[in-house]
Design a protein around this ligand. Structure first.
Ligand code: COA
Length: 172
């Protein structure tokens, strides 16, 4: 099991994973994104590469690097490292975000993807990583705490919005 840069090699399982995600997603654009990725995967990959650069970013975005977790030659999940924090990411998103495809959850992959990405974040100069998650996301809370996350604080949610937990992980 390892983290790979996004590559064409895992296109098939990546698209399958996106279809699984679509079933649980409330994102109105996800279907369009899957179709576009399927039709022109090189363009999709170029888009991810572009996010790493400082130029042409939306004002609210910071450079971001994406890795894919691969096991048995299949795409399992994605993890994104935000190279720096802005005001929005301080509240929600933090330095690192991840997701595991629905059919591969509760098998330990979420814990592994965070473990594997921490050294990559360190190479990008992040020695103390901020992670945020909803207080209702038991799986993610366990993943963060298993990987050394120390609870910083809790931002109160609102009507229909859970509290947000903020953790720091010191990367040794
Ligand atoms: C959260 C998520 C990454 C967990 O991935 P995963 O591969 O299932 O995680 P793991 O298998 O490593 O599970 C870690 C622990 O959480 C538990 N867990 C996982 N999902 C759970 C759930 N829905 N409810 C309760 N516990 C859960 C596991 O049993 C495991 O417990 P253990 O350490 O006591 O054995 C995955 O559900 C996901 O991609 N969700 C959508 C995106 C998301 O929420 N990302 C995180 C944003 S902060």
């Amino acid at each position: 099991m390892f983290l790979s840069e996004p590559t064409k090699k895992y296109k098939q399982s990546f698209i399958e994973a996106m279809r699984e995600t679509e079933e649980e997603s409330s994102d109105p654009d996800i279907h369009k994104r899957i179709t576009e990725a399927e039709q022109d995967f090189d363009k999709y990959l170029d888009g991810l590469k572009e996010q790493e650069k400082d130029k042409n970013l939306k004002p609210e975005h910071v450079p971001q690097t994406t890795y894919w977790l691969i096991d048995n030659d299949e795409y399992i999940g994605a993890v994104r490292i935000r190279h720096s924090l802005n005001e929005a990411l301080m509240k929600e998103g933090g330095h690192i975000g991840y997701d595991i495809r629905p059919s591969k959850r509760k098998l330990g992959y979420g814990s592994k993807i965070l473990e594997l990405v921490l050294p990559k974040a360190k190479i990008l100069g992040i020695t103390k990583a901020l992670l945020t998650c909803n207080s209702t996301n038991t799986g993610s809370i366990k993943i963060i705490e298993k990987n050394g996350g120390i609870l910083w604080d809790k931002i109160p949610g609102g009507v229909d919005k859970p509290d947000k937990l903020r953790y720091w992980i010191e990367i040794k």
